[in-house]
Design a protein around this ligand. Sequence first.
Ligand code: RB5
Length: 147
Amino acid sequence: MKLTIAADHGGFELKKFLLEWLSAKGYEVNDSGNLIFDADDDYPDFTIEACKNMISGNADRAIIICGSGVGACIAANKIKGIRASVCHDSYSAHQGVEHDGMNVLCLGARIIGTELTKEIVIAFLNAEFIEEERFIRRLNKIKELDK
Ligand code: RB5
């Protein structure tokens, strides 16, 4: 699975931590920025970059981090094909993929610490969409909104 990860200044340190941790675990992780710490940067810029990497096929899933996760999530869900959610618990992180086809995990670095982040990220990455009729039916209704 190819991953991309992005963050503004609010998530910069957590992104750095996750990049090292995921790479050490053997994941192929692309950095969608910000590549340097800039206290004045804007989360939509890196959210858009990560989502472009998703849409173009450079990444299968994305993790986008800002202070709360909220701004990144709002921006990501504006982009066709992206199904993003803030998850600060591991149940939502896997159920969002299994039932809803979530493909972007948004995290708030000012809300959660590194240990909880690791649990949430692993729950997200290990989960697969469950191909049951009810989940497919609901996902198709979401996909209609992209048209
Ligand atoms: C940046 O200071 C902060 O507003 C941003 O990272 C994020 O929390 C927005 O949702």
